[in-house]
Design a binder for this molecule. Structure first.
Ligand SMILES: NC(=O)c1ccc[n+]([C@@H]2O[C@H](COP(=O)([O-])OP(=O)(O)OC[C@H]3O[C@@H](n4cnc5c(N)ncnc54)[C@H](OP(=O)(O)O)[C@@H]3O)[C@@H](O)[C@H]2O)c1
Length: 357
């Protein structure tokens, strides 16, 4: 088989899967190729409990003929969950060769799918994890890989600050530090994530909706999550219309949504336990949007996987709220990060960072 045909089929499988949001299941796409490289069928996994990508591609293809190659973004499962194992369907269909974009880090799969297919005499190739295609297969669903490898969701923290490092003015107002182009990016990030998390302070000060408001967006909406503390949460907040999840250290009354009581110190939620619980509930990627107190807790506890600081083209809030309110008192204790990107976006500056290795 022409390697270009495999490459194009994998790119198509990734593109098909990228349109879906099947969490807690992984995004998976599959394409079936005839020996001449032409496409026989394709599909992507859409939602938990519905057929996996391999079965959709097989159903779309109809009669297959000989020497068919299956190109699939993730290792096929070999266990029965809500649906039967994909390996059964592949073996029964008489597929000759399977090209896999990435091995599945889930302990229920993790090599078992490859082994079963090889034992059935199928030629199995796993794309090199360091190649561009191998990385693209993981980048298709970073939250899934992160969650299965660490037991907690991938945490993406966004802070907007003026050029003098303030996240809010002295009166508590913070709208809008950045312009429309950056705010558009923020909505794109919300759309990529399963949940948007804020602290009680932001809920009380800003009453945010935390939803995706992009022209033409009709798809997935992230679930709002609030970390509650000592203060009472306002019962007329906009998020109560959006089935929120509230994390607290004690049982509290909330108008709608779900309460998860997790451990903590006093009324400060233990965020690591909170994230483990969020992951158990099937949310694999969380976008954190404030404010400074929550951000400081996350950074000081090493709970941020990807960070953005959006510097708005403004000066002069020097007596407002500083980004981390001086949690690190000396240069030695300052939190080292790795800046991995810097971009001018509509006149504002986006800094992307990751934890220092
Ligand atoms: N520029 C930006 O990117 C941005 C983003 C969001 C908000 N803001 C601004 O920031 C201000 C609100 O910031 P904030 O720092 O007061 O609010 P916050 O970080 O959203 O909320 C912090 C509160 O969450 C509760 N909490 C419970 N467990 C916690 C834990 N482990 N770690 C941290 N907090 C925990 C506490 O509530 P209790 O106090 O009730 O105990 C705490 O005071 C507003 O002015 C808002 O406009 C700016």
């Amino acid at each position: 088989m022409n390697p270009l045909a495999i490459h194009q089929a994998m790119a198509k499988a990734i593109a098909l899967a990228a349109e879906e949001h099947p969490h807690p299941n992984p995004r998976v796409g599959a394409v079936l190729l005839a020996p001449d490289g032409s496409e026989l069928g394709a599909g992507a996994h859409v939602a938990p409990g519905t057929p996996h990508a391999e079965r959709i591609a097989l159903a779309n293809a109809g009669a297959l003929g000989d020497d068919v190659t299956l190109v699939v973004t993730l290792e096929p499962c070999d266990h029965t969950g809500r649906t039967p194992p994909c390996t059964d369907a592949i073996i029964e269909a008489g597929i000759a060769r399977v090209v896999i974009g990435a091995l599945d880090p889930d302990s229920k799969v993790s090599g078992a799918g490859v082994e079963r297919l090889r034992n059935a005499g199928i030629d199995v190739e796993v794309v090199d994890a360091e190649s561009a295609l191998g990385r693209a297969a993981v980048d298709l669903d970073p939250g899934y890989f992160h969650h299965r490898r660490t037991g907690r969701p991938q945490v993406v923290l966004k802070l907007a600050a003026t050029l003098d490092g303030q996240v809010a003015a002295a009166d508590g107002s913070s709208r809008w530090i950045t312009g429309p182009a950056i705010r558009h990016r923020v909505h794109e990030w919300r759309a990529r994530c399963d949940a948007v998390l804020v602290g009680a302070g932001t809920l009380i000060a800003d009453d945010p909706r935390l939803d995706v408001r992009l022209d033409g967006h009709t798809g997935h909406q992230p679930r709002p999550i609030v970390v509650a503390g000592a203060r009472e949460l306002p019962d007329d907040a906009a998020i109560w219309e959006r089935n929120p999840l509230v994390l607290a250290t004690r049982s509290i009354e909330i108008p709608t949504g779900d309460l998860e009581v997790v451990g903590g110190t006093g009324q400060q939620v233990d965020l690591a336990s909170g994230f483990r619980r969020i992951g158990e509930l099937g949310m694999l990627r969380v976008f954190v949007e404030g404010g400074a107190t929550l951000a400081a807790s996350l950074v000081s506890q090493g709970l941020v996987d990807i960070g953005f600081v959006h510097f708005g083209a403004k000066f002069g809030l020097g007596v407002g709220r500083s980004m981390f309110d001086g949690i690190f008192a000396t240069m030695e204790s300052a939190h080292d990060i790795r800046v991995v990107g810097a971009e001018l976006v509509g006149g504002d500056l986006e800094i992307r960072w990751e934890p220092a290795r």
